[in-house]
Design a protein around this ligand. Structure first.
Ligand code: NAP
Length: 235
């Protein structure tokens, strides 16, 4: 029987799933939905739609209009709102919801982790004078602005849209609100790349969330090998 599948994506797992479903079920319609946060997302197998649905009601309407028969939530483990919306919308539309969640990273021998439950706890766990890599999305940076006793290196995938004359409200507020921070544009790299980045900036601490998966694990390995403390925001 032919299916129309909506994958809520934005992750490597979602892209791999779309590729597999397109390959294995050439007669199915496979749609991946992206929030639109990344300026130039990599091309995906099947169809792609971009942008929010307008809450659970909008998503339920989309499911009905497009005749979706299977909804798969393959979003990032910290993307909580869309996952909650997916549950409500699938229920309302009366279609099955499948959830694809990658397991969190587990602490290994040699890891020096401070495990915390929130970004605020992560901010408070950093010692004065730490040289800290914030490996977080730009929307999670603003909370660190009060730590003027720390040197921050902020890594972002996309550069800020334009340099502001003064601090802004909105999505650019995060990194730009950090006084004296350094901005590194780029995706997580290989183990050697991550070690080089940490050494170049004389990093003593990394703050990241326990996303799990292979794509951004090299920084954790690099920290382990070079004796750097990781402040890990757990799920
Ligand atoms: P979120 O807080 O759960 O979602 C905020 C809003 O963005 C949702 O209410 C929804 O808007 C829209 N949205 C989110 N994911 C969507 C999708 N796949 N398709 C269409 N609309 C979507 O999510 P977030 O943390 O901002 O993450 C946004 C996206 O980036 C997710 O798709 C996630 O997989 C990906 N991502 C997130 C992270 C992360 O650290 N959070 C990391 C890597 C990738 P409406 O209510 O208007 O529908």
């Amino acid at each position: 029987m032919s299916e129309t599948v909506l994958i809520l994506g934005g992750t490597k797992e979602a892209a791999e799933l779309a590729a597999r479903l397109v390959r294995e079920h050439p007669g199915w319609r496979i749609i991946t939905s992206l929030a639109g946060r990344t300026r130039e997302p990599a091309p995906l197998a099947g169809e792609t739609r971009i942008g929010g649905f307008g809450g659970p009601g909008g998503l339920a309407e989309y499911l009905a209009t497009e005749g979706i028969t299977r909804l798969i939530d393959a979003t990032h483990p910290f993307a909580r709102r869309i996952s909650a919306n997916a549950k409500l919308a699938a229920c309302k539309a009366g279609i099955p919801l499948e959830i694809v969640t990658r397991p969190p990273w587990q602490k290994q021998a040699g890891d020096d982790w401070i495990e915390v439950g929130s970004l605020e706890e992560a901010r408070d766990a950093l010692p004065a004078g730490a040289r800290t890599l914030l490996a977080l999305g730009s929307q999670y940076i603003a909370v660190f602005a009060t730590r003027t006793d720390i040197h921050f290196v902020v890594r972002m995938v996309d550069p800020p849209a334009k340099p502001p004359a003064k601090p802004l409200a909105g999505p650019l507020a995060g990194p730009l609100a950090l006084p004296g921070h350094e901005l590194v544009i780029g995706k997580p790299g290989s183990l050697e790349d991550e070690k080089a980045l940490l050494a170049h900036h004389a990093i003593t601490h990394i703050v990241c969330r326990n996303s799990g998966g292979a794509a951004s694990y090299a920084k954790i390995e690099a920290a382990r090998e070079t004796g750097i403390t990781v402040v890990m925001v757990q799920r």
